[in-house]
Write a protein of this length. Structure first.
Ligand code: KG4
Ligand code: ZN
Length: 346
């Protein structure tokens, strides 16, 4: 075992994934993820069920992650967990468990912002983005366009003024009677569909070139389904065509704003992360930018949706960047690392 390297044990429990990872510095050694299935029947995540499932599984998942990494608890040098934002009860399970472990092991604890973790998931790849770069974070809860000048030096250029893009995918899928989460299903159906089948309009936001709005397109799909008598005509081809047209409009707006920002800030690296970055059409569209010598960084599929490896890598960089390492041994175990629902300190 190389003693100069840090072994990090990281936890993610902000929504419906219980995940535990072990990293050696910035290298992921194990990343076990349990996606709770109980929510499917409800068409969305039920917070109370999520908390209870995290509680039921967290010890088992920790053991599995350590076993997979082939190390023991005593080898751990740092403990990290998601501390914000997310479902408060769900976060509290992972956060309290992780803090207790850190206190017992007498090791530093590092609280991690979940959105920042999606951003730094781009660094799990072999080729890492070079600063400054444009980051697009697209998940079920957030749509953020960010200029990343250095580690933890972020300037938010734009965000959604209503629904997150993943939320729009989920809602459109629900309207067509597909399952939850809807993003992967829309992605799958869209592969056999026609992007020109119908033009779903994307709202233009006055006086803001980098903000997003996805509530209008969702409503326009709703009206289209109603006016075209979708329920009576429902078939796979129709679902595919609507999925392809909706997906094209949603992804194109992300693409246009990212390209505009990359040009304005003269960056060559673009990192896209969060659940929606798993989308195959998004991957295809953004890769076309490579012909203009942009470098596109999208995490491996397993790191696009919620996972503890991204918490671990963010904790690693946060620890390296911190001038006061003692902070993580003392205050971070106290009230200062309490969970928060917003992310004003992003
Ligand atoms: O990052 P994530 O796992 O959780 C949040 O932090 O929200 O993102 C989940 C979101 C869901 O809305 C899901 O439908 C969407 O990511 N998603 C996709 C795809 N895979 C997951 N959306 C479009 N295409 C996909 N292939
Ligand atoms: Zn997430």
């Amino acid at each position: 075992m190389e003693k100069d390297k840090l072994y990090i044990l990281a936890f993610e429990s902000s929504c419906d994934e219980t995940s535990v990872a072990v990293l050696q510095d910035d290298k992921v050694i194990s990343n076990v993820i349990l996606s709770q299935e109980y929510h499917t029947a409800f068409g969305g995540v039920v917070p109370e069920i999520a908390s209870r499932e995290h509680l039921r599984k967290i010890v088992e998942m920790t053991d599995a992650s350590l076993k997979k990494a082939n190390i023991e608890m005593k080898d751990i040098d740092l403990v990290a967990a998601t501390s914000e934002p997310g479902l408060i009860g769900a976060i509290l399970i992972g956060l309290s468990f992780a803090k207790s472990l850190a206190a017992t092991l007498n090791k530093p604890f590092i609280p991690v912002n979940h959105i920042q973790a999606h951003l730094y998931s781009a660094f799990i790849n072999d080729t890492q983005p070079e600063f400054p770069f444009i980051a697009l974070i697209v998940s079920g809860g957030h749509t953020l366009l960010i200029l990343v000048e250095d580690f933890f030096k972020h300037k938010i250029l734009g965000t959604t003024i209503d629904d997150a893009v993943g939320e729009a995918f989920d809602k459109v899928a629900k309207m067509m009677g597909l399952g939850y989460p809807g993003g992967p299903l829309i992605d799958k159906y869209a592969k056999d569909g026609d992007i020109n089948f119908h033009e779903f309009p994307i709202s233009v936001i006055k006086n803001s070139k980098y903000n997003f709005s996805f509530s209008g397109i969702k409503t326009s799909v709703l009206y289209y389904l109603r006016d075209s008598n979708f329920q009576a005509n429902r078939n796979d081809k129709l679902i595919s065509d609507i999925s392809a047209s909706f997906q094209h409009a949603a992804i194109k707006t992300l693409y246009s704003k990212v390209r505009k920002a990359a040009k304005e800030f003269k960056v060559k690296d673009i990192a896209i992360s969060g659940g929606v970055s798993a989308n195959s059409y998004l991957n295809q569209m953004f890769k076309t930018l490579e012909k203009d010598r942009y470098r596109i960084h999208i995490p491996e599929l397993i790191y696009t949706t919620d996972n503890a490896a991204m918490i671990g890598i963010t904790a690693y960089y946060k620890y390296l960047a911190s001038k006061d390492k003692d902070y993580f041994s003392k205050e971070s175990l106290s009230v200062k690392a309490r969970p928060r629902l917003d992310f004003t300190n992003f």
